[in-house]
Design a protein around this ligand. Structure first.
Ligand code: ZN
Ligand code: ZN
Length: 243
């Protein structure tokens, strides 16, 4: 079996045997996205403010930027077609290769932007226990593990946990979301003095990450960053599946 696997690995190295996540065309390497699909993806650029999720000029002032609690924010895509469909396939049809590939991409972009320097640990946003049991895996952990591989920063799945099952945040106003997640997370003392990065699939209003930031700072984390695969441009859209 191991001979077979090493032969397969050599074959892949030589010819490339990955399939594009979107069109299934053969590609040479991971992250498996062919050049044609890459050109149609909704990449986020500087025209979108990662603090409020609106196109700039947005309502954020110099003050709100300087008071942003996160050390760095990174989001690869707008949460729009086909990225939304891809993330749904990953989560609900358990296509784990999608999460791995998107995590590799997130790591590459973090490296490219110099964000991976001065980071101690990656922490996937924990999933509600009931939802995790139902789904069988936490999508944020799959993304974080692949990202960790690329940037060579460890990833921990045990530092953060959810104290309670929070209600679904979709459809709630930003203020209601903040209230719904209040006190929902617990972090261990392992974060003392650590520069941590929260990893998730989608950021919508940011309520979940702001609450995690509060808990991590309370526990003594030196800094908190947030990196996600996608950012919802319209933070109030009820169709989004924030958690
Ligand atoms: Zn393709
Ligand atoms: Zn803004």
């Amino acid at each position: 079996m191991s001979t077979f696997l090493s032969k397969l690995a050599r074959f892949r190295q030589k010819y490339g045997d990955y399939r594009c996540l979107i069109c299934s065309k053969r590609v040479a390497r991971e992250p498996a996205l062919c050049s044609g699909c890459q050109s149609i993806l909704p990449w986020l650029d500087s025209s979108v403010c990662l603090i409020c999720g609106a196109f700039s000029p947005c309502g954020c002032t110099a003050r709100s930027v300087s008071e942003d609690p996160f050390q760095s924010r990174l989001a690869v895509f707008d949460y729009a077609f086909p990225v939304d469909a891809l993330l749904k396939r990953f989560k609900y049809q358990e296509k784990r290769a999608i999460g791995r590939n998107l995590g590799l991409l997130l790591g590459q972009i973090a490296l490219h932007n110099g964000l991976a320097q001065g980071i101690d640990i990656l922490l996937p946003v924990p999933l509600a226990w009931r939802r995790r049991r139902h789904r069988g895996f936490n999508q944020a952990s799959d993304i974080a593990e692949a990202c960790s591989e690329v940037i060579a920063v460890p990833c921990s799945k045990s530092i953060l946990r959810r104290r309670s099952d929070t209600p679904r945040l979709a459809g709630l106003s930003p203020a209601e979301r903040r209230f719904a997640v209040l006190g929902a997370f617990a972090a261990t003392d392992e974060v003392i003095g650590q520069r941590v990065v929260l990893i998730d699939d989608v950021m919508t209003s940011g309520a979940t990450c702001l609450e995690l930031n509060r808990e991590l700072r309370d526990r003594g984390a030196a800094s908190v960053s947030v990196w996600t695969i996608a950012r919802a441009i319209d933070a109030t859209s009820p169709s989004l599946t924030d958690h």
